[in-house]
Design a protein around this ligand. Structure first.
Ligand code: ADP
Ligand code: MG
Length: 579
């Protein structure tokens, strides 16, 4: 349990403030997380890591020389918001591009991807390597769907050292991918963990037992076992991990024994001794091992074993010096401190001003968002009720919060003279940050992508509108990975884009195409009634959902209908002002 706090709601932020105060030598606090407080070389790749709080030293404890340039720190066990990742990355960026790296969890992927889109849009080249080391979370042929646990450390360490050595973004990305591909972990839990202020642990393990393959947020394990001896536990972890080793593993390996929060160091060392003996007896060469708390889960009682299978270049970067609050290796030549607050302020570059013609078009984007706002408010309750059938009932309120924030942000950006691209960027970011939930992240990135696609032109025609609809579609499916028939908003979106494509192909006027595409979306949204959800929160209650339309598909159809109705008025007004 957690004993020391003032208000559980601000626990993560309060702890991060204190962490920064205690570690100014390594980090400085910025909005959304921390960045390294020491100088970096101009053109050095910025490794930006992150995730939920409650996993110290992951993630803020791994920021410093030879490791990460910044960390976005979410709430307890919750992904940082896209805006947090964006702000940390923007301050950490030092002219060499950004590599985002974090454990593979759906919420983190949504938010980091959205930040990446925004950074790339602004000309900061950004790539991503997600960590997928947990062998218990998916079979070996689905490696890329595995979750990330203590293997975070090997990937971050290799990427951070490569960045510090001055390698370019391509190389840092390649090495991070290789480290991830050659890292395997397996964990066990002896007991659960409790969020600050919570009455109950997130999960429990039967006394005298351990759960094999348990995730770091209470995700269920793969099997329960009576509590083994240390030697038996070592054997179980080693043999299971060896069965899963990469094809070209070689014989040199870094073992990492990681404590999850409340296992004593003496116990970890004892276990490490048994593990090292087993590996050595298997004719493996041990290289620079680690034993301690490296990726924890609040007060969870548990341990994990990670194996990083080295080759020459991975060994170089794994062994390179590093100096962070929680991880030190070798001797680094200490760098001077820099003024991070000034840096953060300087990165808020003045927006390029749009031309008058481009700015006047922004009013159109604002008007369409206003139309979306009205229709969402009108149907908020109905959307909530639909989501309550098999989801969590928050789709109405989430959409309202999102569209409210988006319409407001768009209006102020337009009032400041911004073009359509920046107006929609502001709207998309505001939507994702205020809405929360899956649909918030999806709509936020969709709107941002539309802005990016439309760009800062002075006129727009059917072809541009078509490209924007396709960009919306690409962002939603790229982020959410839903396919036709999964019972999501994509089931309404696909026929919408198809009809758009047809209209664009045969030269139909935009107003007519918008109306036809919206009608196709509405029909498709109604037809989701027959489907069973295969994505998102509604999946576990799939049967209950049959007979009811998908809330996300319905809200999409409502919004595109509203846009189709509002569009002709825009063009009328424009003609009017031209008279
Ligand atoms: P949450 O599920 O996080 O509570 P909402 O209730 O706001 O979020 O949104 C639920 C809707 O999100 C679903 O009805 C579905 O249309 C949509 N959705 C869920 N997962 C996906 C996905 N992977 N891709 C596209 N849409 C999705
Ligand atoms: Mg919901």
């Amino acid at each position: 349990m957690t004993r020391i706090f003032d208000d559980p709601a601000t626990f993560a932020d309060d702890a991060l403030d204190g962490f920064t105060a205690a570690n100014r030598r390594y980090v400085a606090r910025v909005d959304g997380g921390v960045v390294r407080s020491t100088e970096m070389d101009q053109g050095q790749v910025a490794l930006v890591i992150g995730g939920g709080s409650g996993h110290y030293p992951a993630f803020a404890g791994l920021v410093g020389q030879g490791l990460a340039a910044g960390s976005a720190c979410g709430n307890m066990f919750a992904s940082p918001a896209a805006g947090q990742v964006y702000r940390v990355a923007k301050t950490a960026h030092n002219g060499g591009g950004v590599l985002l790296s974090y454990g593979n969890y759906a919420g983190d992927v949504l938010h980091f991807d959205q930040a990446q889109l925004r950074l790339n849009t602004e000309g900061i080249e950004t790539r991503t390597v997600v960590v997928t080391d947990d062998i218990a979370s998916a079979p070996i042929d689905q490696l890329e769907t595995r979750r990330g646990i203590a293997g975070d450390l090997t990937v971050f360490k290799v990427a951070g050292a490569a960045a510090e050595a001055g390698l370019n973004l391509d190389e840092v990305e390649r090495l991070a991918q290789k480290a991830n591909y050659r890292t395997r972990s397996l964990g066990v839990a002896f007991n659960g963990c409790t969020l600050p202020g919570a009455e109950e642990p997130l999960f429990t393990v039967e006394p005298g037992h351990m759960s094999l393959g348990l995730g770091i947020h209470g995700e269920p394990g793969i099997s329960d076992h009576p509590m083994p001896t240390a030697s038996e536990l070592a054997k179980l972890l080693v043999t299971t991990l060896l069965k899963d080793k990469p094809d070209d593993a070689g014989t040199r390996v870094v073992p990492i024994v990681n404590g999850l929060g409340t296992v004593k160091y003496d116990e970890l060392f004892l276990l490490y001794g048994r593990i090292e003996a087993l590996l050595s007896n298997g004719n493996l060469e041990i290289v620079e091992p680690e034993c301690g708390e490296l990726v924890t889960s609040l007060d969870m009682a548990g341990v994990s074993l990670t194996l990083l299978w080295l080759d020459d270049e991975l060994e170089t970067y794994w062994s390179a010096p590093a100096d962070t609050s929680a991880f030190r290796k070798g001797n680094v030549a200490a760098r001077a401190h820099r003024d991070v607050q000034q840096l953060a302020a300087a990165t808020e570059t003045a927006a390029e001003k749009s031309t008058t013609a481009a700015a006047s078009l922004s009013a159109g984007a604002v008007a369409l968002l206003e139309a979306a706002r009205s229709v969402v408010m009108e149907h908020e309750r109905e959307l909530g009720r639909l989501d309550a059938v098999a989801g969590d009932g928050d789709h109405g309120i989430g959409m309202r919060r999102g569209v409210d924030a988006a319409a407001d942000a768009a209006a102020s950006a337009a009032a400041a003279g911004e073009g359509v691209d920046r107006v929609l960027l502001a709207a998309g970011v505001a939507w994702a940050e205020k809405a929360g939930g899956t649909s918030g992240a999806l709509w936020g990135s969709g709107i941002t992508a539309v802005g990016h696609s439309l760009g800062n032109r002075e006129t727009y025609g059917t072809a541009e509108a078509h490209a924007a609809a396709e960009a919306f579609h690409a962002a939603i499916t790229g982020l959410g990975k839903a396919e036709a028939g999964d019972k999501t908003m994509v089931d309404a979106l696909l026929p919408y884009v198809q009809t758009f494509t047809e209209g664009n192909g045969n030269g139909t006027a935009l107003a007519e195409t918008l109306t036809a595409a919206a009608a196709a979306a509405t029909l498709a949204a109604e037809q989701t009634t027959e489907l069973r959800p295969r994505k998102g929160r509604a999946r576990p209650l799939a049967e209950k959902s049959v007979g009811h339309a998908d809330p996300g598909a319905v809200s999409f159809a409502l919004i595109v209908e509203a846009i189709a109705r509002a569009y002709p008025e825009l063009t009328n007004e424009k003609e009017h002002t031209h008279e």
